[in-house]
Ligand binder design. Sequence first.
Ligand SMILES: Cc1cc2nc3c(=O)[nH]c(=O)nc-3n(C[C@H](O)[C@H](O)[C@H](O)COP(=O)(O)OP(=O)(O)OC[C@H]3O[C@@H](n4cnc5c(N)ncnc54)[C@H](O)[C@@H]3O)c2cc1C
Length: 427
Amino acid sequence: MTSRIPPTESADAEVDIDVVIVGAGLAGLSCARYLAAGGLAVRVFEAEAEVGGRVRTDEVDGFRLDRGFQVLLTAYDEVWRLVDRDRLALGRFEPGSRIWQGGAFHDLPDAFREPGRIGAALRSPVAPLADKLRVARMRSTALMGADLGEPSDDGRRSTLDELRARGFSERFIDGFFRPFLGGVFLDRALSAPASLFQYLFRCFASGDATIPAGGMGRLPEAIAEPLGDAVTTGIRVRAVGPDSVELENGSRVRARRVVIATEAAAAAALTGEASPSSTRAVTAWFAARTAPIERPVLLLDGAGEGPVNHLAVVTEVAEGLAPEGWSLVAASGSEPFTGPVETFVPRALEQMNRWFGADVERWGHLKTHEIPHALPSVDRSSAPTPGFRVGSDGIVRVGDHEAFAAIQGALRSGRRAAEWILAEESD
Ligand SMILES: Cc1cc2nc3c(=O)[nH]c(=O)nc-3n(C[C@H](O)[C@H](O)[C@H](O)COP(=O)(O)OP(=O)(O)OC[C@H]3O[C@@H](n4cnc5c(N)ncnc54)[C@H](O)[C@@H]3O)c2cc1C
């Protein structure tokens, strides 16, 4: 069902808002910040009680649980244009990962970022030496680029095709790339575009994976803060038009321009356009008296046993996530975990029992987040957009689905749209 409002007929009806933005996820907030900095009067309406969209943190019994495990890469320059890095008090993951394979865990250190661990990296049984050399080559090529730019349109091939073309062994693809990129793209099939893989590989290679103290939700809070009363939460927009939106309480808000900054499915419901398919994510959160591993490292299921694809003891990474004396464990499944969400926790605990032993039986299950539309699937056949789109109705569309599926993509989409609007306004 579409929810369209025709343009306002009386041209001289009073309008004191320049731009109204639907949705206070990262894209909407970023757009609002740049528009406000450019001197425009902005209002943002958010359906949920808090800002952040897919980047939010719930408080449960004193634990801070991100809505689906995710990480902030320090290479995301869009973040630092808007937020003071010190304010987030980032906790960083160890470079590299620890991989479950053949009934045991094996470290796969990133010797480029931790040269002291080169011996361990070379000895790691996870990858044949030839694959380690391929990673080294790919890394130096990736870092040779002048800046991180953005995913380009080269090739339109899948990540899996790209890895095979680079000569990686199936053993290393299955044992490392599937669980690692399964955590990044939420898709172990590696069907995401190769250009997105190359871009994110460069981001991982050139910075840290981190979590802010208090959880990922601190990021949108920090971005929203300077906007003050311009953001209204807890009110859904039920219809949009080229110069107004209608709120769920029936009131109409007029503006000279309207920006839709919702997730793809909600944007489709408002505009009547088709929605891209999306990937589901599941994260189960557990409280443990003893951390199953006392390191800030990402654990990966390199055996393809499932349902947990990746796991982290997030209290080893960042401050302010659990009450004193407790550890917080995030166990995440990604495609192909397609079963009912109720089956995830018992199956995950069986798997964790194999990974960490009987101590797992003392873990307390805090909550399971199931995010049905976690990431928009990328259509590799479509032409890239500048990161936002202006429909024939004049309404601007922003969001990760218009750019690329990541924090950086959402923020960039909002910024690019704001720059376009500011340029239009100054003409
Ligand atoms: C489980 C998971 C793991 C992820 N991992 C990572 C990661 O590690 N690194 C990374 O970079 N990215 C990751 N991402 C992706 C990243 O979180 C998203 O790309 C980004 O947050 C999308 O922001 P957005 O503003 O485009 O959309 P959203 O965050 O979806 O914001 C849209 C907003 O619009 C609001 N809205 C919808 N309809 C209406 C309406 N009618 N009226 C008013 N408001 C409305 C929604 O409530 C929401 O707040 C992950 C995502 C998930 C879910």
